[in-house]
Write a protein that binds this ligand. Structure first.
Ligand code: UDP
Length: 415
């Protein structure tokens, strides 16, 4: 696999020139999900501002399509129910049954890819289906890796397939964090500098441009309790996101109220049930709100006193952490994976060991009892986001790398 950057760290934004922009290659972006997760939110501004012919090809329908269309992005759909039903934990059982659908999707993606310079694969299934069709489309393949490729997250078969495709079909990989990059380097035994990192960026203006002076009024509008210390946990409800850890911490802190914002996106309804049962068992059901999925993240985050991140496995990146920092609320996060590339303990946020409700409860108490400390963390956090995690920085880096991928002769090293 050739490299896009000469170091494992992302190229800097000042390497982007307007020449790069005007000579942008045409790109077919492929994403497996119609749902709105971190990978999809990161693709949105890239696709919406791409300065050359482009299209997003989705492998499932859902709210992501409407979001893209509302931004003026051309979208096409290639759905196969049998393929959509394959989940991380059922790959081994389902792929054979889905083979005809897989072949149809491989051919459909390849047909569409022929009209573009670059095939940009934004998710794992998009990687497999897009890269398997390489002999048919012969286009440059860029994979944006949003996962830590560990055995905790992925089965043997899936990791084998990814390793093989990265070696023999993918031209360039870009990772969303050093943690994701390092996991792939370990899996595929590629050169460490073969996987440059482009952290996600967020629209700072949507957060810091909207500071609220009357938190009580905001809470009333959102139907949240006033006059209580409120912790918010944002993201889809899934076991490894650790909402159950937050409930355990809640049980230890009788003054605390907790809001879970997000829903089960990928068939984790049993976990949601289990969370409700756990809340009843712990006697905290009156102090926890299951708010469901919401669009207005800045408002929901600003309504909180503290923002929690509780993933029990290494988080590949963690957009919600950066968003919480931009919203001007202190963030307590699980110290693993890409999180430690964002949060520095006691400087711009608070880190706790993953899966440790006692440590989480203690951290919440520390910040609740020390408002000056919390404010200092928030100040640093805002500056950090503006410097390193703005959407502008993200887009500049991604555009630079894609221009280089198109002009492979400039930077590519041989395998
Ligand atoms: N999100 C949202 N509404 C919700 C819950 C989450 O818009 O109710 C967004 C959140 O703002 C973030 C994304 O979903 O941008 C989740 O990204 P993250 O990287 O934290 O997690 P992932 O989905 O990639 O595991």
């Amino acid at each position: 696999m050739p490299t896009l950057a000469s170091s494992p760290v992302a190229v800097s934004s000042d390497q982007t020139s307007s020449a790069v922009r005007t000579n942008s290659p045409s790109v077919l972006f492929v994403d497996q999900s119609g749902q709105l997760g971190g990978a999809e939110f990161s693709l949105m501004p890239l696709a919406a501002t791409w300065g050359a012919p482009h299209e997003v090809l989705l492998l499932s329908d859902g709210p992501f399509r409407a979001r893209l269309e509302s931004l003026g992005v051309p979208v096409s759909l290639v759905c196969e129910a049998s393929v959509s039903q394959i989940r991380k934990d059922t790959v081994r059982l389902n792929w054979l049954r889905a083979l005809p659908g897989i072949l149809r999707q491989v051919r459909a993606i390849a047909r569409r890819a022929r009209a573009f310079d670059i095939l940009f694969l934004n998710t794992q299934k998009a990687l497999v289906l897009g890269a398997l069709g390489k002999p048919l489309h012969r286009k440059k393949i860029v994979w944006y890796l949003h996962d830590v490729m560990s055995s905790e997250h992925f089965g043997l078969l899936q990791r084998f397939v990814v390793r093989w495709l990265v070696r023999y079909a993918v031209d360039h990989v870009v990772a969303n964090s050093r943690a994701s990059a390092q996991s792939l380097v370990a899996l595929a035994h590629c050169a460490p500098d073969a996987v440059p990192v482009v952290h996600n960026g967020i629209d700072l203006g949507a957060f810091s441009g909207r500071q609220v002076s009357d938190v009580g009024a905001l809470r009333r509008r959102l139907g949240l309790p006033e006059g209580v210390y409120l912790a918010g946990l944002f993201g889809r409800l899934a076991p490894w996101k650790g909402q159950h850890i937050a409930l355990e911490a809640l049980a230890r802190l009788p003054h605390l109220h907790l809001v879970l914002v997000g829903s089960a996106l990928f068939g984790e309804e049993a976990y949601v049930e289990a969370l409700h049962e756990q809340a009843a068992r712990l006697g905290v059901q009156d102090r926890v709100i299951f708010a469901g999925f919401h669009d207005d993240m800045p408002a929901w985050m600003m309504a909180m006193d503290v923002i929690l991140h509780t993933s029990t496995e290494p988080e590949p990146f963690g957009r919600v952490i950066v968003e919480g920092m931009a919203a001007g609320r202190p963030v307590i996060a699980s110290a693993a994976g890409g999180v430690v590339e964002i949060v520095e303990h006691a400087r711009n946020g608070w880190l706790v060991p993953p899966g440790d409700p006692a440590a989480l409860a203690e951290a919440i108490e520390t910040l609740r009892g020390a408002p000056a400390l919390a404010s200092a963390l928030v100040l640093e956090a805002r500056a950090e986001v503006a410097k390193r995690f703005s959407v502008e920085v993200y887009l500049d880096r991604m555009r630079t790398l894609l221009a280089r991928a198109d002009d492979g002769s400039q930077t590519a090293k041989s395998r």
